[in-house]
Design a protein around this ligand. Structure first.
Ligand code: 4G1
Length: 255
């Protein structure tokens, strides 16, 4: 799979893409990440890529021409690809979107910077994606988040294929607690069940912990209809009497 990123700050991609699993995947040739400097497509001798805002007000706005030309250069040299604008106005990024995007052969991610990007960029993008509701200096970190989430779904990127499958087994719930050695650290012990060797009991405990934490910290993630009989029983054990308390009374969506 191929990721193209168009940005005014290509240096921001250096270390994250040269470390860890993304580096190994690029070496293996199952992942290509090509960062394009929008300044190369800037106007005139000074390669201008930003300008003052029509209507006034502080801050610079990224011009449309360098972005349109960068997208077109990639499409001509490499072939068609899904164009994604990283933008606070976009659809909120979610694991389901990562699963959908990993089916694409080529993604072209556009990063804004400064006050924003000329709105006409939306005519050149297939969709807008946001990673969350906070103010950032640019779309570079969001693009890295999307690349990381999508790339790890490419077969072979995450060494142990079981961990990707396990993540999807627990999705959309929060993770269960993890422990490694030592068994005891400053009086803090590892839950006894994890040392029992009883794989079925461990599986049930982990699922129960995942459900409990989700219920306590992110109840909006739980849809009653999506819970199996076992899940409902485990949740009952974990927090006590879910059925009696009434999930819906606690703001949990049914259906
Ligand atoms: C108004 C956050 C502006 C930000 C309201 C998540 C944020 C791209 C993202 C901003 C950006 C809110 C993202 C804001 C992002 C142009 C340059 C837009 C950076 C820019 C909630 C600045 N996911 N933000 N504006 O942060 O690009 O993808």
């Amino acid at each position: 799979m191929e990721f193209h990123v168009a940005t005014l700050f290509p240096e921001m991609f250096d270390s994250p893409l040269k470390a860890s699993l993304l580096k190994k995947a690029q070496e293996k040739g199952i992942l290509r990440i090509i960062v394009h400097n929008l300044r190369d497509y800037g106007l005139g001798r000074h390669k201008v890529a930003d300008d003052y805002s029509y209507g006034g007000g502080g801050g610079m706005v990224m011009r449309i021409e360098p972005i349109a030309e960068a997208i077109e250069a990639v499409q001509t040299q490499e072939g068609r690809g899904r164009v994604i604008l990283m933008s606070p106005q976009g659809r909120l990024f979610h694991q389901d979107m990562a699963k959908e995007l990993v089916r694409e052969e080529r993604l072209i991610l556009i990063c804004g910077h400064y006050e924003g990007v000329d709105e006409r960029v939306t005519s050149f993008a297939d969709e807008e994606i946001s990673i969350g509701d906070y103010v950032l200096t640019g779309g570079e970190l969001p693009a890295l988040v999307v690349i990381d989430a999508v790339a790890r779904l490419i077969p072979g990127v995450v060494g142990c294929s079981g961990s990707v499958e396990e993540d999807s087994f627990y999705h959309p719930f929060l993770d269960y607690p993890h422990y490694t050695r030592p068994y005891e650290f400053r009086g803090l012990k590892v839950p006894e069940i994890l040392l029992s060797g009883n794989h079925e009991a461990i599986r049930r405990w982990r699922r129960k912990e995942a459900l409990r934490r989700t219920y306590q910290r992110r109840p909006e993630l739980i849809r009653v209809s999506a819970l199996s009989r076992e899940d409902r029983a485990l949740l009952d054990e974990g927090i006590g009497g879910v059925r009696d308390m009434g999930l819906n009374g606690l703001g949990i969506e049914a259906g």
